[in-house]
Design a protein around this ligand. Structure first.
Ligand SMILES: [Cu+2]
Length: 570
């Protein structure tokens, strides 16, 4: 067993431990990774409410064209464009990214590898402040003359470029600035996540002792940092096209609008994995704990993640099969796209093998984790239809794409978040959430979610195109009564949104409980965050933990009775 090392010898940990803190330094300008995690978490959740409200407004228009939408008013064509554009932008860049990478990365990395904070706490704080600024810029873009940007979340020129096609030139410029600022925030965050996980681990923790979710957040951060550069450059070019008369993307003056599509999707496809990997890591941690099993093939899972990450840079043009790219290139991108489904399928099999033979406890976090795999599989399998260039000529820009996309992103951004949040809530606040309310919220979300998007597969298969604000002249397509399906999807959405009140109520009453009933390790989990107090104080542990090679790969002295075998070779 390794000697324990005095905390302040390695981390200068006592410096900030006992200082009295004002409101501002504790809640607003904190450098504590847990407080920054909470700031990201609650900003992300607030943005999710805005994005969800937008979905409600435009789905009401689709189900009941021309209706006065309660709480919104009439949705005009311009409104509709701005609503769908910003719904997509918000849910991906201001919900999935801040919650999955930034909030969970910040909360978990130092606690799970056994250190007291990020290695660059001030950069960490700056990252959140820039992120908050980006959110403010985005929201302000809805209120400028011309309204919010309505050119689609992919911002293809010419609809996003200046001139007769772009009806919201100030809104679209602010949208671009907001997105670019948001990328800067996550570049700063990514530096911290990678360096902290690699350099600040507890004494005794080897590279292949790092918890799976930390590994996956690290890989996701690297993917983000490696893919976002071209898009930041593209955003600057598009901003110049809009505002100072350049013509990078204007074919009339020798530019090329497809260049934007390459820059966007070179980032846009890896971006899926940037948010997918943390969600998969969260799911993996939860499954191990509630199946009482080690992760099956832990190292294989990590190597597969590396492989997925590399492959994710080779598939982007599958979004451009109908943009006029050379059909021979389309063949190549079809092959790479089908290839990338192999490691993802393998990871799903690893989940199943981890569950196999376990003593499974169906707690609320476990239900979310299982639902993640089930629902994400539907998204993955339907992606294969779209990745095949021949089939995509038909499916491109139909509601089939929309349904596929939401079967990947909803499991990632919403199910993954609820899994992680309900699992780590006791650690975040020291109190258990109500299990009955948790399960009501789970089923009240999962069932209507499928009710929204299964009809959209049917609509897309019948040829209904996306980004049209009024389908009332197409009540039936291919002989099927389509309007009923649109109404069904909208009603399902309203039911799903209503059930989110159960979640917020559960959070509130659990947080308000007087008694801190969680203890250090309510789920009897192995990883290091469960050795700290709940919630962990500033600095996380009075003395930083040391791990040792025990009967299992690593463990902490005195906690052997909680252990299930973890990462045992063979
Ligand atoms: Cu893609």
């Amino acid at each position: 067993m390794a000697e324990s090392i005095p905390a302040d010898a390695t981390h200068g940990h006592d410096v900030h431990h006992h200082a009295e803190q004002s409101f501002w330094s504790k809640y607003v300008f904190s450098t504590d990774h847990k407080m920054i995690a909470m700031q990201y978490m609650f900003t992300g959740m607030a943005m999710a409410l805005i994005g969800g409200f937008m979905a409600y407004a435009f789905r009401m228009q689709l189900a009941f064209p021309g209706i006065e939408v309660p709480g919104y008013g009439t949705v005009t064509a311009t409104d509709y464009n701005a609503l769908v554009t910003n719904h997509g932008t918000i849910m991906i860049f201001w919900v999935a990214m801040p919650v999955l990478i930034a909030a969970f990365g910040n909360f978990l990395i130092p606690l799970m590898i056994g250190c007291d904070d990020m290695v660059f706490p001030k950069i960490n704080r700056l990252s959140y402040q820039i992120f908050l600024l980006s959110a403010i810029v985005l929201i302000s873009s809805f209120f400028v003359p011309g309204g919010g940007f309505g050119g689609g979340w992919t911002a293809y020129p010419p609809l996003s470029a200046k001139g007769e096609y772009n009806l919201t030139s100030l809104g679209s410029s602010l949208w671009l600035v907001a997105v670019a600022l948001e990328f800067v925030a996550f570049l700063l965050g990514g530096i911290n996540f990678v360096t902290t996980a690699m350099n600040a681990r507890a004494p005794g923790m080897k590279m292949f002792d790092i918890p799976i979710v930390v590994w996956l957040i690290v890989v996701a951060s690297i993917l983000f940092m490696a893919s976002v550069g071209p898009l930041i450059a593209g955003a600057v070019m598009l901003f110049m096209d809009q505002n100072i008369g350049t013509a990078f993307f204007d074919p009339d003056k020798g530019g090329d609008p497809v260049l934007w599509q390459h820059l966007f999707w070179f980032f846009g496809h890896p971006e899926v994995y940037v948010v997918l990997l943390p969600a998969m890591g969260i799911t993996a941690e939860i499954m191990c704990v509630f199946a009482r099993k080690k992760m099956f093939a832990y190292k294989t899972f990590i190597y597969t993640t590396f492989g997925t990450g590399v492959l994710s840079f080779t598939v982007w043009a599958h979004h451009q099969f109908v943009a006029g790219i050379d059909p021979r290139m389309a063949n190549i991108f079809t092959v790479t796209t089908l290839l990338i489904s192999i490691p993802i399928a393998e990871m799903c099999f690893i989940y199943i093998a981890t569950l196999y033979g376990g003593s499974i406890r169906l707690t609320t976090p476990m239900l979310w984790a299982l639902a993640f795999v089930a629902e994400f599989l539907i998204g993955g399998v339907t992606g294969i239809f779209l990745g095949a260039s021949g089939a995509d000529i038909y499916f491109h820009d139909t509601y089939f794409v929309l349904a596929h996309f939401h079967y990947t992103f909803f499991p990632i951004a919403i199910i993954g978040t609820f899994a992680g949040f309900t699992y780590w809530f006791p650690k975040m606040f020291g109190k258990m959430m109500n299990e009955t309310l948790g399960k009501i919220h789970f089923w009240g979300t999962i069932i209507p979610f499928n009710g929204i998007f299964i009809p959209l597969f049917v609509l897309g298969g019948a040829g209904q195109h996306r980004r049209i604000y009024n389908y009332q002249h197409f009540p039936d397509l291919a002989g099927v009564e389509m309007q009923d399906l649109r109404v069904f999807a909208t009603v399902s959405l309203i039911i799903m949104l209503a059930f989110q009140l159960v979640f917020f109520y559960n959070c509130f009453i659990s947080w308000r409980k007087k008694e801190k009933d969680a203890g250090k390790n309510p789920w009897k989990a192995n990883t290091l965050e469960w050795t700290a107090e709940s919630p962990p104080p500033h600095g996380n542990w009075p003395e930083l933990p040391t791990v040792y090679r025990g009967p299992y790969e690593y463990s902490v002295p005195g906690r052997e009775e909680d252990y299930y075998p973890q990462n045992v070779p063979g």
